[in-house]
Design a protein around this ligand. Structure first.
Ligand code: DHK
Length: 149
């Protein structure tokens, strides 16, 4: 079972970026916890990518078209990118979980809408770094259920 964890713009700054909103853990810390959880689950291969560029996010999604799962925090592109939504739609076999560290619904109005949510299986928002682990568990459970483990 292969799952890509994809993080978008400015998530490389986690740890120092508005810690009261996004928490104090770095992306490397989150990656470590996800890897540990994947090892506990067994038979789960996880890969991590981060980019600040919209087109690179599209390329990375399409390059993993034949993988099983995608955990994506598209950062600000969540609220603007039809291109990301189209890329996800082009990958019908990817089980997609959208993750946000902060609770976007408690924040500015422009963060309430997600183009990605229309095409993702589900959205996890507001649980900080725990959202990534929850997303992994959700995708894993669904893939096991579908006999794709
Ligand atoms: C991360 C961002 O960079 C913001 O642009 C989103 C999301 C929220 C988060 O909470 O992880 O609006």
């Amino acid at each position: 079972m292969r799952i890509l964890v994809l993080n978008g713009p400015t998530l490389n700054m986690l740890g120092t970026r508005e810690p009261e909103v996004y928490g104090t853990l770095t992306l490397a810390d989150i990656e470590e916890m996800v890897r540990q959880r994947a090892a506990e689950l067994g038979e789960v291969q996880v890969a991590f990518q981060q980019t600040n560029h919209e087109g690179e996010l599209v390329d990375m999604i399409l390059a993993h078209r034949d993988w099983d799962g995608l955990i994506i925090n598209p950062g600000a592109y969540t609220h603007t990118s039809i291109a990301l939504a189209d890329a996800i739609s082009a990958c019908p076999d990817l089980v997609v979980a959208e993750v946000h560290l902060s609770n976007v619904h408690q924040r500015e109005e422009f963060r309430h809408h997600s183009y990605v949510a229309r095409v993702a299986w589900g959205q996890i928002t507001g649980f900080g770094w725990r959202g990534y682990l929850a997303a992994l568990d959700m995708i894993y459970g669904r893939l096991v259920e579908a006999g794709r483990a």
